[in-house]
Design a protein around this ligand. Structure first.
Ligand code: NAP
Length: 467
């Protein structure tokens, strides 16, 4: 009976894990996806407890309490800090896998060498290598994104870096293989593999700039998933193998999508040291951007019949999404066709803009993907850029020397007029100037996005009686 219950709850959990990933595909079903994932995990824990027979409830209770104590405050972070929070979760996942692998190895070693079969040793070595490198790598990534003082944001590079990193990894792999063949005689190598994996995690991340961190985090997600697969084999838990494989493959797919959206290759992200300060072209003539007032901008918007709003990281920082919704309502009231242009890497994490706009109840059918909106751009009267920068930088199309060259962008410069809201002329994430702001058709609305959009709404609602 117990066995049947274990099998049934494991199967239900596996199905729910798959469905929850499927539900995550669309904002409309994303909440269901979260609930599905949480229920699947709860079922998985129940199944594991039932399967293990003898359970020390004291330890289990303590682990659950500690999990809540860390997890609940982690859920309070603002949306802009979610990438580093996610990195921390991967770090914990990697550490858990590493610790389980370590415990199991020493347990089997003391129980009798016949337990250390080649199959188990392959799984244990894979688990500790991936687990511990994910642990330190993810901690470094979280630190870089959080701009922790003692972790440099910029890529740290030195001569022969890639060769020495590869050398270190090779030594770790050789030690791991030796351990698989001589798990008892060469037990001394076990802590060596752990130390090398921990060191490799740090060294892998320091040459990567803050700008590439979100991509690296989803790659570390894939490593954490693979270490969970290995852990599933070590613990002989099929559900863990399934969940780890789902986690690992979704992390990998997400990194591929992000690389494509930024026109970068994996090797370029991992070894390219992107995000280094670009030498400024000397002797260029000083360019001037035209500033506009909210009043003037409101007059322009009032007469526009096709408006496209391009949200970016600045809208997230300012938490301006609810004001943007009010602006959307005002413009719609005047009969304007208003659409939102969504760039796949706008903001700081995939889906960042979708989440914010959904929070403000903007209808999903108003959100248009980059490729589709670009076809319409030449017919658009006004494009309103709200705290977006790199994702509308035309240099990506033509400036071969630019670090974002080749990244697909939203063609805001092709609309009849562009209004751009940001606080200063400071660059965005890639650290480069944006020629859109100096274009003949662009007018800058300087200020915090929430305040400026609020002012636009005020101006428009003040004149609504005239129409
Ligand atoms: P961005 O290039 O980082 O620019 C954001 C702009 O918002 C800044 O220029 C800033 O200018 C402005 N801003 C900041 N706070 C503001 C506020 N309170 N009010 C008004 N404006 C404010 O953003 P993006 O165009 O969204 O591009 C995203 C970047 O992140 C890309 O380079 C992308 O490759 C990178 N990235 C994204 C992801 C992802 O998954 N989304 C992953 C990896 C990398 P001021 O300081 O002058 O206000």
């Amino acid at each position: 009976m117990r066995q049947l219950l274990v099998e049934a709850s494991s199967l239900a959990a596996a199905v729910l894990f798959i469905l929850s990933l499927h539900w995550m595909n669309h904002p409309r079903t994303a909440r269901r996806g979260v609930l599905g994932g949480v229920s699947a995990m709860a079922l998985a824990v129940v199944a594991a407890l039932l399967a293990s027979g003898i359970v020390n409830w004291g330890w289990i209770g303590l682990a659950i309490a500690l999990g809540f104590a860390v997890g609940i405050p982690l859920s309070w972070v603002p949306l802009t800090a979610v990438p580093q929070r996610t990195a921390l979760s991967h770090a914990f996942g990697g550490l858990a896998a590493g610790l389980v692998g370590t415990a199991k190895y020493y347990l089997w070693l003391t129980e009798g060498p016949e337990n250390l079969t080649a199959f188990r040793m392959v799984a244990v070595v894979a688990e500790i290598l991936l687990g511990y490198l994910t642990f330190t790598g993810s901690l470094m990534a979280a630190g870089k994104l959080q701009e922790v003082r003692w972790i440099p944001q910029r890529p740290v590079t030195y001569p022969l870096q890639n060769a020495s990193n590869l050398g270190l990894l090779t030594i770790a792999l050789i030690c791991g293989v030796l351990l698989i063949f001589r798990p008892v005689e060469l037990a001394v190598l076990f802590p060596v593999v752990i130390a090398l994996a921990l060191a490799f995690g740090v060294l892998l991340i320091i040459p990567i700039g803050g700008a590439d961190m979100p991509t690296v985090i989803s790659l570390l997600n894939a490593y954490a998933g693979l270490s969970a697969v290995a852990m599933g084999f070590v613990l002989d838990n099929k559900l863990l193998v399934t969940a780890g494989a789902l986690d690992g493959s979704s992390g990998l797919i997400l990194s591929i999508i992000m690389c494509r959206a930024m026109n970068r290759s994996f090797s370029n992200v991992l070894f390219g040291a992107f995000g280094q300060l670009q030498a400024k072209a000397a002797g260029g003539e000083a360019k001037v951007a035209k500033a506009e007032t909210a009043e003037g901008a409101a007059q322009v918007l009032e007469t526009a019949s096709r408006v496209v709003i391009v949200p970016g990281y600045g809208m997230a920082v300012a938490q301006a999404q609810h004001r943007v919704r009010e602006l959307f309502d005002q413009l719609r009231k005047r009969g304007a066709d208003v659409k939102f242009a969504i760039h796949p890497v706008a903001g700081r994490m995939p889906g960042h803009m979708n989440v914010l706009l959904a929070e403000a109840d903007i209808p999903y059918d108003r959100l248009v993907e980059m490729e589709d909106i670009n076809l319409e751009m030449p017919q658009v009267d006004v494009v309103l850029v709200i705290g977006a920068n790199d994702v509308v930088n035309p240099a990506a199309r033509h400036d071969k020397g630019s670090p974002i060259y080749g990244m697909p962008i939203i063609d805001a410069d092709k609309a009849r007029m562009c209004l751009a809201i940001k606080r200063t002329m400071n660059p965005g994430f890639a650290g480069i100037e944006n020629e859109l702001y100096f274009s003949e058709h662009t007018y800058m609305l300087f200020g915090d996005a929430k305040a400026v959009v609020g002012e636009l709404v005020k101006q428009l609602s003040g004149t609504s009686g005239m129409h």
